[in-house]
Design a protein around this ligand. Structure first.
Ligand code: NAD
Length: 489
C-alpha cells in the first residue's frame, strides 16, 4: 500500500495570512507558526501567529460592515445568493479542499471528501434560509400593532476546533451570515488551512469587506482576545469543556450570550431485539470516523447481557482488522491531530480501568513521525469507570453490559455529558420511552449520525454545552427578538 508523504502531494495551499476586511494580511507583529501534518509530523507551511491587535482589526472591520457598510445594505435574498455562490465554489474546489484537509488534519481522504460536501451544504441550506426568517404579529389591545422582529446580533465571534475544520467553519459561520451578522472566525491552530482557503473563495464569491474575517493563531492568545473583546455581540464556541468555561465567563463579563458545543460520551444502546446485522457496522463507524475525534462519536456501547458474547465477538473481529494508516483512498482510520492528542489517547489506553477486549494495528510502511494510534475496545466496563466516563477523543470504545431498560437508562444518563444517543430495538413503545428518557440533545433510533445532518438541530446539555447549531434552530441562535409596539389609535 502506497503512503504519500505530504511533500509529494500537489496541494493548493491558501495564503498563510489573515483575512480582514477582504484584505489578506500577516499578523501585525509579523509572527508566523509552522503547520505540521499529522500524516508525518513534519511542517509543510505556515500560518499567521496573530495577537490582540489582529483581533482588534478584524472586529473593527466586522463592525464597519455591520454598521452601515455594504454588507448591512444587502437584502436577505442577496445575502442568500452570495452564500449559494460560495457553496457552489466549495463544490467546484472540493477535491483540492479535501486534499488540503487530509494533509492538514490527517483524516482519510474519503472522510475529507464527505466533509466538503457537508461544508457546501451548510452554505446551501443557510443561503436558502436567509430570506425565510419571518417575524410575527401579536394580537394586543385595540389601537395597537405589535410586531415581533428577528434581528442579527451584530458582530459575532466564532472559535472552532481542529477535528472538522471545514465543516465547523460552515456550521458556525453560515447561519450567522444568513441572519446578517458580520463574523470574526478564529479557527484552530492545529488545522485551519481549509478555513483560510474557503475565506479566499468567499472573497471570490463577492462577499463585501468585513462580512467574514478570519484570524489564525493560538487559543490562549488570539482566541482569548476574541472571546474577551468588548466589540463582539455574541460568541459561538466548539471545543473542550475547560475552554468552554473560559468562553462563558468572558461572555458573562461582556453581558453577551454564547453557544457552547463541548463534546460527549455518547451511548449506543443495543437491546435484546436489536438488528445486529444493521447495528454492528454503525457502532464501528460511529467510533472510528475521524479517528474518534468527533464530539458526537458513539464512544460507549451499552449491550444487553443476552447479546454480550456475540457483540463482543463481532466487535473484536472487526477492531482487530482495523489499521491506522496514511494511505489514500482505502484508509478508514488516519492519524490523530497532534503529538499531544496521541499521547493523551495512549495514556487513556495504558491506564484504562477495564479489561482490554481488542486492539487494532498500525499499517506497515506508515510514515514515521505521524500520530498513529491503534484502536482499542475495553469491557466489561463498570459504568463509572474512568474509561466509560471521560471523553478520550480517540478510537477507544467502552463496552458496558446492562440488564433491563431501567438499567440502560441509568447508565446512558450517568455521565456529565449529554450530546447524542442511539437506541437499537424493534419495539416501538420502547423506542418512544427511550427517546423521552435519554437526557441529551439528539436521539437516533436504529441508526446513528455522527456529523452531517445539516438540517437537524444539534447540541447538548450539561458538560456537552448549550444552545443549538444546525437546522433552523441555529438561525434563531444568531438572532434576537425585538418587539415593536405601535400605538396608532
Ligand atoms: P481546545 O478547547 O483547547 O481548542 C478549541 C478551540 O479553542 C481552538 O480554536 C483553540 O485555539 C481555542 N482556544 C484554546 N484556548 C483558548 C482560550 N483560552 N480562549 C479562547 N479560545 C481558546 O481543545 P483542544 O485542546 O484542541 O482539545 C482538547 C480536548 O477538547 C480534546 O481532547 C477533546 O476532548 C475536546 N475537544 C472537543 C471538540 C468538540 O468538537 N466538542 C473539539 C476539539 C476538542
Amino acid at each position: 500500500m502506497k503512503h504519500f508523504p505530504v511533500s509529494e502531494r500537489s496541494l493548493k495551499l491558501p495564503r498563510p495570512l489573515n483575512l480582514i476586511g477582504n484584505e489578506f494580511l500577516p499578523a501585525a507583529s509579523g509572527a508566523e507558526m509552522d503547520v505540521l501534518s499529522p500524516l508525518d509530523g513534519k511542517p509543510f507551511t505556515t500560518i499567521a501567529d496573530s495577537g490582540a491587535d489582529d483581533i482588534d482589526a478584524a472586529v473593527a472591520a466586522a463592525r464597519a460592515a455591520f454598521d452601515g457598510g455594504a454588507w448591512s445594505k444587502l437584502s436577505a435574498a442577496e445575502r442568500g445568493r452570495l452564500m449559494l455562490r460560495l457553496s457552489a465554489l466549495i463544490l467546484d474546489n472540493s477535491e483540492d479542499l479535501a486534499q488540503l484537509e487530509t494533509a492538514d488534519n490527517g483524516k482519510p481522504i474519503v472522510q475529507s471528501r464527505a466533509d466538503m460536501q457537508v461544508t457546501a451544504r451548510y452554505f446551501e441550506f443557510y443561503g436558502g434560509a436567509a430570506d425565510k426568517v419571518h417575524g410575527e404579529i401579536v394580537p394586543f389591545l385595540q389601537g395597537y400593532n405589535v410586531e415581533v422582529q428577528r434581528e442579527p446580533h451584530g458582530v459575532t465571534g466564532h472559535i472552532i476546533p481542529w477535528n472538522y475544520p471545514a465543516q465547523m467553519f460552515g456550521r458556525s459561520v453560515a447561519p450567522a451570515l444568513a441572519m446578517g451578522n458580520a463574523t470574526v472566525l478564529k479557527p484552530a491552530e492545529d488545522a485551519c488551512l481549509t478555513a483560510l482557503r474557503i475565506g479566499e473563495l468567499a472573497v471570490e464569491a463577492g462577499f463585501p469587506a468585513g462580512a467574514l474575517n478570519i484570524v489564525t493563531g493560538r487559543g490562549d492568545v488570539a482566541g482569548k482576545a476574541l472571546s474577551e473583546h468588548r466589540g463582539i455581540d455574541f460568541i459561538s464556541f466548539t471545543g473542550s469543556p475547560e475552554v468552554g468555561v473560559m468562553i462563558q465567563t468572558a461572555a458573562a463579563r461582556n453581558f453577551i450570550s454564547c453557544t457552547l458545543e463541548l463534546g460527549g460520551k455518547s451511548p449506543q444502546i443495543l437491546f435484546e431485539d436489536a438488528d445486529l446485522e444493521a447495528a454492528i457496522p454503525v457502532v464501528i463507524k460511529a467510533l472510528i470516523q475521524n479517528g474518534g475525534q468527533t464530539c458526537s462519536a458513539g464512544t460507549r456501547a451499552l449491550v444487553h447481557r443476552s447479546l454480550w458474547d456475540r457483540v463482543v465477538a463481532d466487535l473484536k473481529t472487526a477492531f482487530e482488522g482495523i489499521e491506522a494508516s496514511a494511505s489514500d483512498e482505502t484508509a478508514v482510520l488516519g492519524p490523530l491531530i497532534s503529538a499531544r492528542q496521541k499521547n493523551r489517547v495512549e495514556r487513556y489506553i495504558a491506564e484504562a480501568d477495564a479489561p482490554l477486549i481488542a486492539r487494532g494495528g498500525i499499517a506497515d510502511g506508515t510514515p514515521e513521525g505521524g500520530y498513529y494510534v491503534a484502536p482499542a475496545i475495553f469491557g466489561p466496563c463498570a459504568p463509572d469507570a474512568k474509561i466509560a466516563q471521560e471523553e478520550v477523543f480517540g478510537p477507544v470504545l467502552a463496552m458496558i453490559p446492562f440488564d433491563d431498560e431501567a438499567d440502560a437508562i441509568r447508565i446512558a444518563n450517568g455521565t456529565e455529558y449529554g450530546l447524542v444517543a442511539a437506541v437499537w430495538t424493534k419495539d416501538g413503545a420502547r423506542q418512544q420511552r427511550m427517546a423521552k428518557a435519554l437526557r441529551c440533545g439528539q436521539v437516533f433510533i436504529n441508526g446513528y449520525g455522527a456529523g452531517g445532518g445539516v438540517e437537524l438541530p444539534f447540541g447538548g446539555i450539561r458538560k456537552s454545552g448549550h444552545g443549538r447549531e444546525k437546522g433552523f434552530a441555529a438561525l434563531l441562535e444568531f438572532s434576537h427578538i425585538k418587539t415593536v409596539v405601535n400605538h396608532h389609535g
